[in-house]
Design a protein around this ligand. Structure first.
Ligand code: HEM
Length: 355
């Protein structure tokens, strides 16, 4: 009894804090404020790239009207503590959708006899943000048990997180179901490695129904977040240019990276975009690529194709537009790759385990 009485004001204070912080612009929410417009739950006239998900944006409108709000609040509270989370959640979404579609297979835990996706190449020691999805699931289960899928929570959390740092918003049609299978052996053939060249990238994205243009646009996600030095070691120390530096990498930038990433310091973390410390969502990724400051080979390679280079130049032209509009449209397609529909899959009770 005492517990209930004392906890409530705390929760209310937490909600007030989140709202106040948002209002004060601490998150760098763009001047036009909270842009949830593309997520109008009553507005069903948006273009749905995946008709099988249904035309209603909010699948949970009747069964769990609080779902979207509860997820948003959980995510925003977590971002107050860790501003790197939006990047983490965006990448988690990408890696989930590229292996077995957007079915939350990335969330399933390995056990003693089976290695799951999250421990596969490209995800292990790299993808993060799982705890936030767990927290959102717990919060949603409290208000409506067994209704909201983990796959939908990923999609809503990633979108809300990006909006909270002043990035674009996109429409999240809900109704995904959670997959039952997750295999670590499937990650290497489905996730692009940082040393991929242009034709490799075009090919791997096309297998997911995404165009060359969408590949270049989605690469713009590297405007936020971090990488580990080990993944650029070969570009800094073992390539064909002077002092082992990749000749396609700007030499001053390479020198700066070498200071941050001494040889062998594989787990040091550095921002993907050195000019905004990796926490501001804007088009500077493309300016960096144009100036030979794309951090991975997979970023630099966008300039090796005339088509890719033209898209990079167009996206670099303005800080927010056309990048925000293009990125939102590409995300609406990404988050609907190979989704599961009832009676396929299930609504997991805990995102880390099948029921
Ligand atoms: C085009 C092919 C891509 C390649 C080769 C690639 C590769 C990588 C690598 C190697 C990292 C660093 C991981 C680490 O050090 O732990 C990274 C980080 C990141 N990637 Fe990509 N990526 C690609 C496309 C994308 C797409 C399509 C998105 C999202 C739409 C995305 C979002 C991110 C984000 C936000 C981070 C930072 C994550 C964090 O801070 O935890 N990437 N990517």
């Amino acid at each position: 009894m005492t517990m209930t009485v004392s906890k409530r004001p705390l929760m209310i204070r937490a909600c007030v804090l989140v709202v106040a912080v948002l209002g004060s612009g601490v998150f760098g929410v763009a001047a036009d404020g909270w842009r949830g417009g593309r997520d109008d739950e009553n507005n069903n006239d948006g273009f749905n790239f995946f008709p099988s998900l249904g035309s209603q944006v909010d699948f949970y409108k009747n069964a769990c009207p609080a779902a979207r709000g509860v997820i948003r609040l959980t995510v925003l509270s977590a971002i107050i503590r860790d501003r790197g989370l939006p990047a983490a959640l965006l990448r988690l979404q990408f890696h989930d959708c590229f292996v077995r579609g957007c079915d939350a297979s990335i969330l399933l835990d390995s056990n003693q006899t089976h290695l799951a996706e999250k421990d596969g190449v490209g995800n292990a020691l790299s993808v993060r943000g799982y705890e936030v999805i767990d927290a959102a699931k717990r919060a949603v289960e409290r208000v409506c048990p067994n209704v909201v899928s983990c796959a939908d929570i990923i999609a809503l959390a990633a979108r809300d997180a990006i909006v909270s740092i002043g990035g674009p918003s996109w429409k999240v049609v809900s109704g995904r179901r959670d997959g039952l299978i997750s295999n670590a052996v499937e990650t290497p053939s489905n996730l692009p490695p940082p040393f991929a060249d242009y034709s490799f990238l075009v090919n791997i994205f096309s297998k997911k129904g995404l165009t060359q243009r969408e590949m270049v646009i989605l690469s713009g996600a590297h405007t936020i977040g971090i990488t580990h030095c080990g993944l650029i070691q070969s570009r800094l120390y073992n390539s064909t240019g002077p002092n082992g530096v990749d000749p396609t990498l700007d030499s001053a930038y390479a020198a700066q990276l070498k200071l941050q990433c001494p040889f062998g310091a594989a787990m040091n973390e550095i921002p993907l975009d050195p000019f905004n410390k990796g926490d501001r969502f804007d088009s500077t990724y493309y300016t960096n690529v144009l100036n030979n400051k794309g951090i991975f080979t997979s970023d630099a390679t966008l300039l090796t194709s005339p088509v890719g280079a033209a898209i990079v130049r167009a996206e670099a032209a303005g800080r927010r537009e056309p990048f925000f509009t293009d990125f939102a449209a590409a995300m609406e397609k990404l988050i609907n790759i190979e989704t599961l529909q009832a009676p396929q899959g299930q609504i997991r009770q805990f995102c880390r385990f099948t029921n």
